[in-house]
Design a protein around this ligand. Structure first.
Ligand SMILES: Cc1ncc(COP(=O)(O)O)c(C=O)c1O
Length: 384
């Protein structure tokens, strides 16, 4: 698979060499338990603290507000359960959007069974919420708004800053932002008093490792612990901390932020070029992504064709793309994001996502465009 062109970076990314190297060194040399009081433990703990400080600096918060987790799913679960269950003295009203990742949607669904009231903000055809609807739905008893920054299936960018301002002006609710798809692609931070209150990040989406993530807060909060035991991670998440993963994640995060502008420039050009090519197919292709959306994700659908047909035809030619999300790709039902966009029936079955990463080159994109043209020609007879 050496010549394979991988364009499924929103599902997961290949770890960077520097990140693999950091992981190896920490595992080989600093393997002691960071909670141990001997010299080796102290060294491991120093590394852990540095990793935490590095992530805190990037997000503009303090190290004591950065929790290392097992990934985006755990961060989202912990944020939502934690904030909701510890603020019932203020209220039980929760707002989210209808196009969140399942790790948010399933969590709020669980809370609804526990007596919380959950309302979903709608999105328009571009996948963006309405600030007017948000304003109308915020109440005195709203305790949490959970809103993704960049949608994983089609790249819509939510107006997080404006939403944060509204939420903070109108209520005591916390804003949790799932930044799994935006961190390292767009600026993500707490921005002093005005930004989000809580941010989720996943290591494997930024050329780090699967099984690593961050849940960070603007300021210290009081919570019930969610994993009981030895009291690690400020007592919230017990369990021996995976120092190599934390160090690797902090390295991946630093590199992602340092290289963000260069990558964004390339991605934007590729995004524009591919959208222009897709537009040439007229009715045969419906483009879900917009020119204003995140530059690393393009989602489109071929009229009346199943996504797998395109994926297989591309794969035969050495190009890996995916259906709209890795989580829903093995399911036969239309994804909730595609449903929320109210796509015409003709385009619901064939949603394809391509997503760029740090290892992609201009050559990859040239090949993708050639392959797309070949595949569209081959399948011409099947497109009604
Ligand atoms: C927007 C978003 N949130 C959360 C997650 C879950 O992250 P993880 O795979 O690290 O659990 C994903 C993964 O696809 C995602 O795209």
């Amino acid at each position: 698979m050496n010549d394979t062109i991988y364009l499924d970076n929103s599902a997961t990314t290949k770890p960077l060499k520097e990140v693999l190297q950091a992981f190896m060194v920490v595992n080989e040399q600093y393997y002691a338990n960071p909670a141990s009081i001997h010299a080796m433990g102290v060294e491991a703990n120093d590394l852990l603290m540095r990793a935490r400080e590095q992530v805190a600096d990037i997000l503009q918060t303090e190290a004591k507000n950065v929790l290392f987790t097992s990934g985006g799913t755990e961060s989202n679960n912990a944020a939502i359960f934690g904030i909701a269950r510890s603020n019932t003295h203020i209220g039980k009203h929760i707002l989210t959007t209808e196009i969140e990742h399942p790790s948010v949607l399933e969590t709020v669904k669980q809370l609804a069974t526990e007596g919380f009231e959950v309302e979903y903000l709608k999105v328009d055809h571009r996948g963006i919420i309405s600030l007017d609807e948000l304003r109308a739905k915020i109440r005195k008893d709203t305790i949490l708004v959970s809103m993704m920054h960049v949608n994983n299936e089609m790249g819509a960018i939510q107006p997080i800053d404006e939403a944060a301002k509204l939420i903070h002006e109108m209520s005591r609710a916390a804003l949790h932002v799932d930044a799994v798809q935006s961190f390292g692609k767009l600026a993500v931070s707490f921005k002093g008093e005005e930004g989000p209150d809580c941010i989720s990040i996943s290591g494997h989406k930024i050329h780090g490792f699967k099984g690593s993530g961050v849940l960070a807060f603007r300021k210290a909060i009081r919570w019930q612990p969610y994993a009981l035991g030895g009291g690690q991670e400020f007592g919230l998440r017990s369990g021996t901390v995976a120092v190599p993963q934390a160090v690797a994640l902090s390295k991946a995060a630093r590199i992602a932020v340092e290289t963000m502008h260069d990558h964004a420039k390339k991605y934007r050009q590729w995004h524009d070029e591919i959208l222009a090519q897709l537009n040439e197919y007229g009715e045969a292709i419906h483009i879900l992504s917009t020119p204003q959306g995140a530059s690393h994700i393009i989602s489109f659908s071929v009229r009346d064709l199943k996504g797998e047909v395109i994926i297989n035809a591309m794969q035969k030619r050495g190009v890996i793309v995916s259906t709209s999300s890795a989580c829903s790709s093995k399911q036969t039902k239309t994804s909730h994001v595609v449903e929320a966009l109210h796509l015409d029936e003709h385009y619901k079955k064939g949603v394809i996502r391509i997503s760029f990463g740090a290892h992609n080159t201009a050559e990859d994109i040239k090949k993708f465009k050639q392959v797309l043209a070949e595949v569209m020609l081959e399948l011409k007879g099947e497109i009604k």
